[in-house]
Design a protein around this ligand. Structure first.
Ligand SMILES: [Zn+2]
Length: 405
């Protein structure tokens, strides 16, 4: 595998050309021309390796070698605007490298480049993997130009007319993803790789606070039902709750605050807050919402405002496979390395897969400590090590899981 790393880097360079900007960043938004062209290019590379390749109606590219039970190796090649060249791409090219040399008799291999993993264009993430797992997709979500997700998928890849590929759940013994860490934990600890302990599920809610419009001068303080003042309490409480629950695997952020009142001299009667929550377990989510409900009930009682919460996007937290993660850990230990187990706060296709098949993830150190921008960077030595550990783990999983399947 290591001797083929020159192939890995030549694919990496070729792939870069689809959507690279003058400043070196990458803009390969789902269903745009660079995304469509890069997918066609990748499908050809995989076909030339003798794999059976399918591009489905949403742009998922699926390569198959061998027969069930399958090891599934997947990630994504779409990017955010002005993104970097490692997020997702590392995982897809790790799969490509495995596909090139695949010869296991115990398991077949599925390598997938999932479509529309990033939420940048439609506000919806992991679209391709969710369709393959037959989960519900908000097809009517639109981009800034008013093009719906459904229209874009249909124009680029045929949409429902061409059919969507379905994950053969009962034929997949293990799903694995190699990904660049998007934070700084490994870099801070001076370690090259980690096993991912959990992937935080994103959830977005709109909190609407309604009070009463009144004159900002003549209304006594005791008589006010000020929506903005009430919202300020909620903003602070959410930050406090997030501090409190971070160690239990939850972070919550108010990402937008819209307020409406009549004028500069009118007490605001309505305001809304956009709440982004990342939770690693259902238990952390429940406890957080209990805390938030206590805050809103107190506000309603003491300030005479009403608070409603509308959850408009919700992913269920899912546990990664302990037995698969243990194999990843063993392979790191056998290579004489510490094998830290760290959570992923950003979401991944693996979170979707974990709801359906045994799934594990491995992180490679991100030296830059930033992601979703041009500076994101993994050192070639860390990538080489990550690829080798990933391959060793998959060989072991094939022997172990494949034979028991
Ligand atoms: Zn990613």
């Amino acid at each position: 595998m290591v001797e083929n790393l020159s192939h890995f880097w030549s694919w990496w360079k070729e792939l870069q050309q689809f959507g690279v900007n003058a400043d070196g960043s990458l803009t390969r938004l789902a269903f745009t021309e660079p995304d469509v062209l890069s997918r066609r290019w990748l499908a050809t590379v995989w076909e030339q390796m003798g794999a059976r390749v399918t591009i489905d109606g949403v742009g998922n590219i699926i390569a198959q070698k061998g027969s069930p039970p399958f090891i599934l190796v997947s990630s994504h090649t779409d990017s955010v605007p002005q993104g970097g060249h490692y997020d997702g791409i590392l995982g897809v090219l790790a799969g490509t490298l495995l596909l090139e040399g695949w010869s296991s008799a115990a398991c077949g291999l599925l390598v997938i480049d999932w479509s529309c993993e990033e939420s940048s264009r439609f506000g919806v993430s992991t679209v391709g993997s969710r369709i393959a797992c037959q989960e519900t997709i908000p097809w009517d979500k639109q981009d800034l130009q008013g093009v719906s997700l459904q229209q874009a998928a249909t124009a680029s890849f045929g949409g429902a007319m061409k059919r969507y590929w379905t994950l053969p759940i009962d034929q997949v013994c293990a799903a694995l993803e190699l990904h660049m860490e998007q934070g700084s934990v490994l870099s801070d600890q001076g370690l090259p790789c980690a096993v991912v302990s959990a992937v935080a599920a994103p959830q977005r809610c709109l909190l609407t606070i309604e009070g009463e419009a009144n004159h900002s001068g003549s209304t006594a303080m005791a008589d006010r039902h000020d929506a903005i003042a009430a919202a300020a309490v909620i903003v602070q409480s959410i930050e406090q709750l997030s501090h409190q629950f971070e160690a239990q695997g939850l972070r919550a952020t108010i990402t937008r605050w819209d307020a409406s009142s009549g004028a500069a001299n009118v007490i605001a009667y309505r305001t809304s807050l956009l709440l982004d929550i990342r939770a690693q377990s259902p238990a952390a989510l429940t406890t957080f919402f209990d805390g938030l409900t206590a805050v809103t009930q107190t506000l309603q009682k003491h300030r005479g405002v009403s608070v409603t919460l509308h959850t408009y996007s919700q992913e269920q937290p899912a546990a990664l496979s302990a037995s698969l993660s243990q194999i990843l850990q063993e392979k790191m230990n056998q290579a004489g390395m510490k094998a830290p187990s760290i959570p992923s706060w950003p979401s991944h296709d693996s979170l979707v897969l974990a709801r359906h098949v045994p799934t594990a993830m491995m992180f490679v150190r991100n030296v830059s400590t930033v992601s979703h921008q041009a500076r994101e960077y993994c050192a070639p030595g860390d990538i080489a090590l990550g690829l080798r550990l990933f391959k060793n783990s998959i060989d072991a999983i094939c022997q172990d899981f494949g034979q028991r399947f």
